[in-house]
Ligand binder design. Structure first.
Ligand code: NAD
Ligand code: UGA
Length: 435
């Protein structure tokens, strides 16, 4: 049984801690947020992630998983310390490294035995070397340590299965023995393990996220062209996806990407390029066109309603994607604010993100279910493709609405069926739009 410590108990840290415990390791998960740790000790999850509560509960019961706010408790008898703290966007798009710096410094000040420090946070290329300097600087006396980069590729909403069945494990270090030891921890996941140097591992993470974001921005541009020319982007994506060189994933056209990662990571990669005298035209355009979609959707609903002043618009979904309560960089925030600025009254329903919405969008009214949401609305906009919305009784929705207008930002409904049901319906890139 290996003893592991995970620093930062957010989306990545809690999943990492719970999954490593489930693989038979003894894991101590540490966070500076006392309330979060207090709640976890009582079995209260800090985030909504399907399957996470059961796995945490099972491993706490099995004495493989515990929680603490004390670095010295967490590092006692530990050979591996995973860092999974946030790296949000700084003012100029750079990654804000304050949390990683504090974590590295505190580890250095607290460690009493040799340690492998493994970075799971998404960090700028060169961070591994920088962290090693911090650890050396703050160790009261020299104790051997190694830094390994092990970027995380999980997605929110499917985090447990993504962690347990990864496409690959990437490890970067100048200390091959340390990288091999970390590889051993991942062997039972049965995925290819790539061992490389620190900077290359750090770059693989940014390049992967930037590529996926680019793929989405690309299909969104194709969607706009489809709409102008009368083609259906959903079928175009299916047709393209059969080509193994393209693949079907990340080709859902819609409102573009949001969340805590693509926006900040594409910006951070562009920042790194610019800092080094390069002009990352593709990355910058991918971001600009992504945010443009949020403005366009407000214009489209305005056009469908012939103006937004005094109109009531209902938002189906607030989370940046389904199966999460995360609203960081969610398109819903900009869209709700755009609608309000244009004079509309905005109401919303989301199966799990409403608590977060109360803080981020205090001006909107939230409702208990989609049917109450529809009551008296001039239009509905689908912002998140929750399964619950795919299966709602659309006739009941139509009856409740003041005017049956739906702008489907995630293409969850069939345009022909929607029109047959009596809706004025517009999807994204689904053939010529006709009023
Ligand atoms: P998060 O904000 O959900 O969690 C970070 C946690 O770290 C918080 O609980 C915070 O209290 C804690 N923390 C901050 N400073 C600390 C310190 N000095 N010591 C101990 N704990 C500390 O963040 P997240 O979404 O889990 O992301 C973490 C990192 O993983 C980021 O770099 C992100 O880019 C990357 N990542 C995230 C995802 C994702 O889906 N969220 C996926 C892959 C990679
Ligand atoms: C993304 C990556 O998929 C993960 O591999 C990575 O680990 C993570 O970022 C990270 O670094 O944090 P995540 O943000 O959880 O994961 O969600 P995705 O499912 O990738 O969706 C991101 C955004 O793109 C969402 O807003 C989603 O609505 C949008 N999207 C996704 C589309 O618009 N179309 C698609 O086809 C797929």
């Amino acid at each position: 049984m290996k003893q592991i410590c995970v620093v930062g108990v957010g989306y990545v840290g809690l999943v990492t801690a719970a999954c490593f415990a489930d693989l038979g390791n003894r894991v101590m998960a540490l966070d500076v947020n006392e309330k979060r740790i207090e709640n976890l000790k009582k079995g209260i999850m800090p985030i909504y992630e399907p399957g996470l509560e059961e796995i945490v509960e099972r491993n706490v019961r099995g004495h493989r998983l515990s929680f603490t706010t004390s670095y010295s408790d967490a590092l006692k008898e530990t050979e591996f310390a995973f860092i999974a703290v946030a790296t949000p966007s700084g003012v100029n798009g750079e990654a804000d490294m304050q949390y990683v710096a504090v974590a590295a410094q505190t580890i250095a000040e607290t460690m009493t035995a040799p340690l492998i420090i493994i970075n799971k946070s998404t960090v700028p290329v060169g961070t591994g070397d920088w962290m090693a300097d911090i650890v050396k600087k703050y160790q009261p006396e020299p104790i051997p340590f190694a830094v390994v980069s092990c970027p995380e590729f999980l997605r929110e909403g499917t985090a447990i299965s993504d962690f347990m069945q990864p496409y690959r494990t990437i490890l970067g270090s100048f200390n091959h023995e340390a990288a091999e030891k970390v590889a051993q921890l991942h062997l039972s996941l049965r995925a290819p393990i790539v061992i490389t140097d620190l900077r290359t591992a750090e770059m693989i993470k940014y390049a992967s996220n930037a590529f996926l974001a680019t793929k989405i921005s690309f299909i969104n541009e194709i969607a706009d062209i489809c709409e102008a020319l009368g083609a259906d982007v959903k079928e175009v994506a299916i047709g393209m996806g059969y080509d193994k060189r393209i693949g079907p994933a990340m080709l859902d056209a819609g409102l573009g990407w949001g969340g805590s990662c693509f926006p900040k990571d594409v910006k951070a990669l562009a920042y790194m390029a610019e800092e080094n005298g390069l002009d990352p035209k593709i990355l910058n355009t991918v971001t600009i066109t992504n945010y443009e979609r949020r403005r366009v959707i407000v214009k489209q609903i305005e056009e469908m309603l012939g103006g937004l002043q005094g109109r009531t618009v209902g938002l189906l979904g607030l989370a940046f994607k389904p199966n999460t309560d995360d609203m960081r960089e969610a398109p819903s925030i900009d869209i709700a604010q755009g609608l309000i600025a244009a004079g509309a009254k905005v109401r919303a329903y989301d199966p799990v993100a409403m608590e977060n919405a109360h803080h981020l969008l205090p001006a909107i009214e939230t409702t208990a279910d989609p049917y109450t949401l529809a009551r008296g609305c001039d239009a509905l906009i689908v912002l998140t493709e929750w399964n619950e919305f795919k299966n709602i009784d659309l006739e009941q929705v139509r009856e409740a609405m003041k005017t049956p207008v739906i702008l489907d930002g995630r293409n969850i409904y069939d345009p022909v069926e929607m029109r047959a049901l009596g809706f004025t319906y517009r999807g994204v890139g689904r053939g010529f739009y006709r009023k």
